[in-house]
Write a protein that binds this ligand. Structure first.
Ligand code: NAP
Length: 255
C-alpha cells in the first residue's frame, strides 16, 4: 500500500523529511511550496507550487488527492499556512503532524531587544542614524522605508521588489546556511550596530546571532507568531520517527 503524503514546505527540513519518506519506498510524497523564491533549491520529490486558496482550498486538495497524512514543515513565521493546515486537516478528516523547530534561547553576552513585529522593530531602532543589518524576508523589509535615517544592509535570496526607497541601502543576494566567521566579517565590514532578525531557530542562520554576541551588537528580535497546537516534533529525526510510528512498518513488497 502506498501512503499519499502532502508536505507543506519551504524549509530545508521539509526537503529532508520528504527524502526520508521517499526512502521508505511506500510513500507517494508531494512537497508544496508557496512560490516565494524564483529558483527554489532542488527538492528531490514531486513539487506543487502556489497557494491553495485558504483552508477551504487546502481541505479540497486533501480530499481530491486522497491525502492520508498532512505534514506542516513550514517556516516558524509562516503562521497563516500553519493555521490553514490545522483547519483544513480537521475539515477533511486528515491527520496532521508538524515540525516545530524550537526558537533560539538568549545566552550570556546576547544583547537582544525582543519586539512583537517588524513595525515595532523599526521603532526600536530609534531616531539616531545607525548601521543596520536586516536579516528578514524580502516581504518585510519595506517597513523600514519609514526610517530612512539609517544605513541598511539587506540580505535576501531574491532581489527586493520593488527596490527599497531608502537613501542608504546595500543589498546582498545569498541563500543560507551562513557561517559565524563570515557573519562576523560582514558585521565588521559594514560597521553594523543593530541586527534585525526573526527567531528562526536551527543552526543555518544562527551565525549572525553568534557574531552579534561576539561583537556586542544589539539584536532586535522579532518574536514568533502563535501557531496552532497540533501534534508536533522539534527535529526532522523525531518527526520522521513519529510519522513512521503512525504509518506502521513498511509493507513487504515481495522483492
Ligand atoms: P504565510 O504568511 O503563512 O502564508 C501566506 C499564504 O501563502 C498562505 O495562506 C498560502 O496561500 C501560501 N502558502 C504559504 N506556504 C505555502 C506552502 N508551503 N504551500 C502552498 N501555499 C503556501 O507564509 P509566507 O507568506 O510564505 O511567509 C510568512 C513568513 O514566513 C514571512 O515572514 C517569511 O519571510 C517567512 N518564511 C521564511 C522562510 C525561510 O526563511 N525559509 C520560508 C517561508 C517563509 P493560500 O491561503 O492561498 O493557500
Amino acid at each position: 500500500m502506498t501512503h499519499q503524503i502532502l508536505i507543506l514546505g519551504g524549509t530545508a527540513e521539509a526537503r529532508q523529511i520528504a527524502t526520508a519518506l521517499v526512502e521508505r519506498g511506500d510513500c507517494a510524497v508531494t512537497l508544496s511550496l508557496a512560490g516565494r523564491t524564483q529558483n527554489p533549491a532542488g527538492q528531490g520529490v514531486p513539487v506543487r507550487i502556489g497557494g491553495f486558496g485558504g483552508a477551504g482550498g487546502l481541505a479540497d486538495y486533501l480530499r481530491q488527492h486522497a491525502v492520508e497524512l498532512l505534514i506542516d514543515a513550514t517556516h516558524p513565521y509562516a503562521a497563516r499556512i500553519s493555521a490553514n493546515a490545522a483547519e483544513a486537516a480537521t475539515r477533511a478528516g486528515v491527520p496532521i503532524l508538524a515540525l516545530r523547530r524550537p526558537g533560539w534561547e538568549r545566552t550570556e553576552g546576547d544583547r537582544w531587544t525582543e519586539v512583537a513585529d517588524v513595525d515595532a522593530a523599526v521603532t526600536t531602532l530609534g531616531a539616531a542614524p545607525r548601521h543596520v543589518f536586516l536579516a528578514l524576508g524580502r516581504q518585510e523589509v519595506h517597513a523600514f522605508e519609514t526610517a530612512p535615517q539609517h544605513r541598511y544592509v539587506v540580505r535576501s535570496v531574491d532581489p527586493v521588489e520593488p527596490p527599497l526607497a531608502l537613501p542608504y541601502v546595500e543589498t546582498i543576494l545569498a541563500r543560507g546556511p551562513f557561517e559565524t566567521a563570515d557573519e562576523l566579517a560582514l558585521l565588521e565590514r559594514h560597521r553594523i550596530d543593530a541586527v534585525v532578525s526573526k527567531n528562526s531557530g536551527g543552526s543555518a542562520t544562527y551565525g549572525k546571532i553568534a557574531a552579534a554576541r561576539a561583537l556586542g551588537v544589539e539584536v532586535v528580535m522579532v518574536r514568533r507568531p502563535p501557531l496552532p497546537g497540533v501534534p508536533s516534533a522539534p527535529t526532522v529525526h523525531e518527526l520522521v520517527a513519529m510519522i513512521a510510528h503512525r504509518l506502521g512498518p513498511v509493507a513487504d513488497r515481495g522483492v
